[in-house]
Design a protein around this ligand. Structure first.
Ligand SMILES: Nc1ncnc2c1ncn2[C@@H]1O[C@H](COP(=O)(O)OP(=O)(O)OP(=O)(O)O)[C@@H](O)[C@H]1O
Ligand SMILES: [Mg+2]
Length: 432
């Protein structure tokens, strides 16, 4: 029963780790990318400066000296373009050129596409100044393909992704180990608590039995008791019966959530799978509760398929079904209806107990199976329950390899659905 907690802890810690590692990887990538960009801009500016210096100004005309190495430019995947003051292209070296026109107003680094489908290009434009007068005579634009930079970034992305995944895998292992360490003492104390409940209920049986048998004897010979004491004895008998039922319930529940992988409770016998004629059992139960239904002016209907055979223990199964029918009758006001249905479908027996009663609020729907939980309406109308009925029913159904589900709507009614394997299906004989 601690497995879901462990899984939840693992999943939530992994989500947190993934967010932290993802954020970290994002920041690393951003810083790295900015650094590469800056380096590239610096490099292009240096090339641009020497390209600007390689220009001669002759009679109002710009002439480019031919001493720049084209091979060098190509190797670096760079290109140079010289423009006059109006932005007209005068000369170009290298192929990796921007198709964007020169914008003399904005000399910020440009980024754009060269030929269609080619890699992105980064460009830096610098003014060319006349060496003598210092007057601006044109522009030089240096471009470089971003293919290399993209490759580097791709490698970084892969590295970060693998790093994050390996980190997550390792932290997953670590979290598993930590949760196991942290949960061990909690599990142990939970086991001790359950053992205590089981032992206490077990030990309470004998004194309760002694009280009830003594009271029974006393009530058997009423002539020996004063008239006014007889009522006192009767209420002792009823309180003892209630307490006996409560301790039996607690014992059953304490045993039922004992994990299978722990040492088996010596008091918990394995499930004996005897065939149970469920059709007859249900019909008898409906007949048994018919007078109570009539007294509460509730119409109790049944649609029970014949020959439904279940493998299990008859007393607990009767107890589980009784709880459902009792609840339906208890939580349905006069004039209401209760339907008990049973049928076989896909090797499973489907039993539904439906009522047109007060219903259960959606936020309480899963709480009804909790021990001692009762809706406020149930308490205010005080119908004398302990709130263990459905917890017991669920434990019994699960022990028989079945499921118990509920759907309900306030003031409209509730429907409890039990699904149990047919005899010869589900758990192997003796398994429990
Ligand atoms: N058919 C139903 N319609 C409406 N509410 C229901 C129905 N069945 C159960 N409940 C709600 O779920 C609560 C828990 O039910 P459960 O059978 O476990 O305990 P109980 O009936 O109060 O006491 P007992 O231990 O005597 O059965 C009830 O108190 C009631 O509020
Ligand atoms: Mg009940």
């Amino acid at each position: 029963m601690f497995q879901p907690i462990r899984t939840r802890l693992l999943v939530s810690s992994l989500i947190v780790f993934a967010l932290v590692l993802g954020g970290f990887a994002g920041v690393v990538r951003l810083v790295f990318w900015r650094n590469l960009q800056q380096q590239l801009t610096d490099r292009l500016t240096t090339v641009g400066q020497s390209a600007a210096a390689s220009v001669e100004y002759d009679g109002g005309q710009i002439k480019v000296e031919d001493d720049l190495s084209i091979a060098d430019l190509q190797r670096q995947q760079q290109a140079l373009q010289w423009f006059d003051r109006q932005g007209n292209l005068i000369e170009q070296q290298g192929d990796v050129v921007l198709t964007l026109p020169l914008d003399p107003q904005a000399l910020a680094p440009q980024r754009g596409q060269g030929q269609a489908g080619g890699p992105a290009i980064q460009a830096v434009t610098l003014p060319i100044l006349n060496g003598d007068s210092g007057e601006q005579i044109g522009y030089v634009r240096v471009s470089q393909s971003l293919a290399q930079l993209d490759d580097t970034l791709d490698q970084l992305d892969w590295g970060l992704m693998v790093g994050v995944l390996v980190g997550l895998g390792m932290s997953g292992g670590g979290i598993l180990w930590i949760t196991r360490q942290a949960m061990e003492p909690i599990e142990a104390s939970f086991q001790r608590l359950k053992q205590f409940t089981a032992d206490a209920s077990h030990e309470l049986r004998s004194p309760l039995m002694a009280i009830s048998s003594n009271v029974e004897v006393a009530l058997k010979y009423p002539e020996g008791i004063r008239e006014e004491d007889r009522e006192v004895f009767a209420s002792i008998a009823s309180a003892t019966a209630q307490m006996t039922r409560l301790t039996e319930d607690l014992l059953l529940l304490a045993r039922s959530d004992r994990p299978r992988d722990l040492v088996l409770d010596p008091h918990q016998p394995a499930l004996v799978k005897a065939p149970i004629d469920l059709s007859t059992l249900l019909r008898d139960l409906v007949t048994l509760y018919q007078p109570q239904a009539q007294a509460s002016a509730i119409a109790l209907h049944q649609t029970i398929a014949p020959d439904l055979t279940l493998g299990g223990e008859v007393d607990p199964i009767t107890r589980a079904l009784t709880n459902l029918i009792q609840n339906a009758l208890q939580y349905t006001p006069a004039g209401g209806q209760v339907w008990v249905e049973a049928k076989a479908l896909n090797q499973q027996i489907h039993i539904t107990v439906q009522d047109s009663g007060m219903g259960i609020a959606p936020e309480h729907l899963q709480r009804v199976f909790e021990r001692f939980w009762r809706a406020d309406a149930a308490r205010t109308h005080d119908r004398g329950g302990s709130g263990l009925g459905l917890a017991i029913t669920q434990a019994i159904v699960q022990r028989h390899g079945g499921t118990l589900a509920v759907t309900s709507q306030l003031k409209t009614g509730s429907c409890f659905q039990v699904q149990l394997p047919m005899y010869g299906r589900g758990l192997a004989p003796g398994e429990g």
